[in-house]
Design a protein around this ligand. Structure first.
Ligand SMILES: [Fe+2]
Length: 210
């Protein structure tokens, strides 16, 4: 049987590759790679389940079977404690957040181009160390984030104020947080905060439920 060819997402960079693999059979993962289960069925790696829309960093494994995975590789460590070495290339080429959301005028936040699989859209974000990316609660879609580089946090708030914080979910490389939205697609006030320079993959489910 013919294997579906891997497809590299359009927003990939020479230093950061995001690739989708469909109908995986015995796919070797050699060097450190973030593997996101982008299907609605569990996949098993080294005898342990990776649930739908969960992810982790893997190396030296073979993925026996999966309907769809997304693999992310970097040409540098996912975490080094240092600045992201290609930050300049990102800030020169990605879209500054205020061009997408005007009230984020002074925010040090950049977004890559988008790519899609059906009704699901994907893009990358970059924020330098210490950036509060903006408290919000309105979304036209259901979102998940997968940490690619550095350490950050997803935070929840009672109000649109930083001092009303009530929960923090730390984001480390390879981790995808659980959904913040409820069954109706409603969110609490929330934001992403970058502790170090951070890159993360956003997955947006448009017009569908998880
Ligand atoms: Fe959000």
């Amino acid at each position: 049987m013919l294997k579906a060819a891997p497809r590299i997402f359009k927003f990939s960079e020479p230093f950061l590759e995001v690739t989708r693999f469909d109908d995986v059979k015995d796919l070797p993962i050699d060097s450190k790679t973030i593997v996101l289960n982008a299907s609605d069925t569990e996949i098993v790696i080294e005898g342990k389940p990776l649930r739908p829309w969960n992810s982790s960093v893997f190396a030296s494994v073979v993925i026996p079977a999966a309907a769809r995975i997304i693999c992310i590789t970097l040409d540098t460590d996912f975490f080094s404690g240092n600045a992201f070495p290609h930050a300049q290339s990102i800030t020169d080429n990605w879209i500054k957040a205020h061009r997408i959301t005007p009230h984020l005028k002074d925010r040090k936040l950049w977004r890559s181009k988008k790519d899609r699989i059906g009704k699901t859209a994907f893009n990358l974000w970059y924020a330098p160390a210490g950036t509060n990316c903006g408290i919000h609660k309105k979304h036209a879609f259901r979102e998940l984030h997968t940490q690619v580089f550095g350490l950050g946090r997803m935070q929840k708030f009672h109000k649109n104020k930083r001092n009303s914080l009530y929960q923090e979910v730390y984001m480390s490389p390879g981790y995808t947080h659980y959904p913040f939205y409820d069954e109706d697609g409603k969110y609490p006030w929330h934001q992403y905060r970058a502790d170090t320079d951070c890159i993360w993959l956003a997955t947006e489910f448009h017009g569908q439920r998880l």
